[in-house]
Design a protein around this ligand. Structure first.
Ligand SMILES: [Zn+2]
Length: 228
């Protein structure tokens, strides 16, 4: 389904933009890493896509989603769907890099399944409400409140709660000033679950999240209802 490819001309353009020094055998390595990325991803794909079907309440009928592998792009992005292995160059032999790569694909898929679906879909309506509430006072941060909730939730479902917590806290501690850090921090403060119930939780708590003093947040009450 997600089909990892390597494009020589695209990588040349990314290299030019990144002004990076040319890696030895860049293109040979690129083609090889795309194959390895595919093998790794195939282990997780079914579970990840089923979680998107469930959480986003969408159908996934694409025969394939093309994902470019890059060794030089400064980061990954969802359109054109591009996964940078700059930080995870040793995916084939390092479990941490393998997870970093899988987390990146999950994150970009969260964007992809948002912008490719109908605006009347559950997840797009939820996103529109988040933007309207404007809790984080920044479009990208509001968006990443949803995207990262989903990313951490899927990491939690597949790898376990400890990995999800670590991943969320890493973002909070390492990206303090940008939109990712801000949204991750708020996800923690709002106790958004690190599992497949995260969007329903946001859906139900959203009216209580915005622009009110912390003491008026109603999340504890919601927790009690949820466990009742
Ligand atoms: Zn993102």
């Amino acid at each position: 389904m997600v089909r990892f490819v390597y494009s020589y001309p695209y990588e040349e353009a990314l290299l030019e933009l990144a002004k990076g020094k040319v890696l030895r055998n860049l293109h040979e390595k690129g083609y090889e890493k795309a194959k390895i990325a595919q093998e790794i991803w195939n282990k997780y794909e079914k579970e990840v896509l089923d979680l998107y079907r469930l959480m986003y309440k969408i159908k996934i009928s694409e025969e394939s989603i093309k994902a470019y592998i890059s060794l030089v792009a400064p980061n990954s992005f969802s359109d054109p769907f591009t996964i940078s292995l700059r930080k995870w160059a040793d995916i084939e032999k390092n479990a941490r890099s393998e997870r970093g790569f899988v987390y990146s694909v999950i994150h970009e898929l969260a964007h992809y399944f948002l912008y490719t679906r109908d605006e009347r879909s559950y997840v797009n309506k939820l996103h529109a409400r988040l933007q309207k509430e404007n809790t984080l006072k920044n479009w990208g941060a509001n968006l990443h409140y949803l995207i990262q909730a989903v990313e951490f939730a899927i990491v939690g479902e597949i790898f376990g709660l400890k990995y999800a917590e670590y991943s969320r806290d890493w973002v909070i501690n390492n990206w303090k000033t940008n939109e990712y850090g801000k949204s991750a921090k708020l996800l923690k403060k709002h106790k958004v679950p690190l599992d497949k119930t995260c969007l329903e939780y946001i859906d139900k708590t959203l009216p209580n999240l915005s622009l009110r003093p912390a003491k008026r947040y109603n999340i504890v009450a919601y927790d009690k209802q949820a466990s009742a």
